[in-house]
Design a protein around this ligand. Sequence first.
Ligand code: ZN
Length: 262
Amino acid sequence: MKTIATLVILFGLLASASSPAHAELRWHWENHFSEREKIQLTDWIQQTYQAIETSVAPYPFDVHIYFHRLSGAKEPVPWASTRRSYRQGVDFHVDPSFSPSEFMNDWTAAHELSHLLIPFLGTENSWYAEGFASFMQYQVLHAMNLMSAKDLDQEYKRRLIKAKSRYKFNDIPFVLAAKKLRAQRKFPTLYWGGAAYFLQVDKALKAEGSSLLKTLRDYVVCCRRNSSELNALTQQLDRSSGTFIFSRELNTLNVQAGFPRH
Ligand SMILES: [Zn+2]
């Protein structure tokens, strides 16, 4: 019994060393914010974070949030970026003079926090990371009851029609075109070309009785803490979904010319 108890304690120590018992949000105030502003900003992030945890899965690590103050901005969050080293987190550059509802209806937090659900895959695969976060941002706003299912479909359609109309690389596969779009700084076209992949994957998974969010739930729980690269991640997502949909659709983007089907 003593040996078993020791093993249980040892296992517990190992488990707590590899994953925090209560992964949570960690706040970093990089400039001065009033108490009222801090409440408004933390509430916005907490609601977004909870919507992701409920509709996908709890993050298996602490998420660090850094707030930087701006003034006279044209929107609540003109700039944000993720931290992807030993700490997983987001830097938000915010103008706190905007109202709580203006922050809630801004998709930046939903987009940036979604990035953290999958590992950093290198700048050469930014089409994938940005496509994923662009797909997810509206799923999260929908989970927060800020967007109806009809609005969600219409917004995807509007974004994809716009990206396709601006797309000029119809004779090469999208994965090659993505490098050119990035060099030319055609970011909305790059992002929504990437998002088309995830919409297509989601549609195919739903036809099999699953969905991208359901697959992500399994993936985050089992494997998010593993570092990864694009092909290994794709194979893992295939395994989590019990299909070959992720690799099949990725292969299409590698070989088929034109804007991704969706
Ligand atoms: Zn992004």
